[in-house]
Ligand binder design. Sequence first.
Ligand SMILES: C[S@@+](CC[C@H](N)C(=O)[O-])C[C@H]1O[C@@H](n2cnc3c(N)ncnc32)[C@H](O)[C@@H]1O
Length: 219
Amino acid sequence: MEKKVITDFVHPDIDRYSEEHTSGETPMMAKLNRWTHVKMARPRMLSGAYQGKLLEMISAMVQPEKVLEIGTYVGYSAICLAKGLKPNGELHTIEVDEELEDIILKAVADAGLDNKIKLHIGNALDIMPTLQHTFDLIFIDADKINYKNYYDMAIPLLRKGGIVVLDNILWSGKVVYPQPKGDKETAVLKELNDFIQTDPRVENILLPIRDGLMICMKN
Ligand SMILES: C[S@@+](CC[C@H](N)C(=O)[O-])C[C@H]1O[C@@H](n2cnc3c(N)ncnc32)[C@H](O)[C@@H]1O
């Protein structure tokens, strides 16, 4: 079966206009964004200015004491989410690639958030069960194959009324169509979207922003 990909969920002119009418990045975040695009493999993994601002606003609205992020990359979204923390709050972020450790720690220090962001290097599947906290906000943005596992582990870690945000949930639009044989990631994401839709533990909304954000509130 032909692999269908949708590159524009929103008309490009609407996208551009929306970005032009959204508060911009700080100079530090603009530098991290540019640096990532010049130096790093797969810079598209970065949340970027528009989605980053949305994450920052969600966090500011939740005013979390504890945030958990699965999948740090260079630390861009961790910094956005940490901006909404309560004064005594902290953000835990998990990254499996140990080669990213120094890059993440430098970005977090440049943002002046080294006393707020705790980096765990390792596999989120191993680290999540060891976390002894209840979280107000969880952002899932790592390997798609394990998205259902991360969601299953996230819900018990979340307080009542807490929020889980899952990135890439539209997967370039591939979830909309029957998945081609062997496309396991699309299969996982399609099953998870259907599971969340009937999960009595949450209220949910799927936003067609960037690659699709699913926002769930725990009942
Ligand atoms: C899409 S990027 C994260 C982007 C970042 N959240 C942002 O928006 O700027 C996904 C990251 O998840 C990491 N990752 C993949 N599998 C993981 C796992 N099992 N545990 C922890 N991190 C993982 C990858 O190494 C990669 O850096």
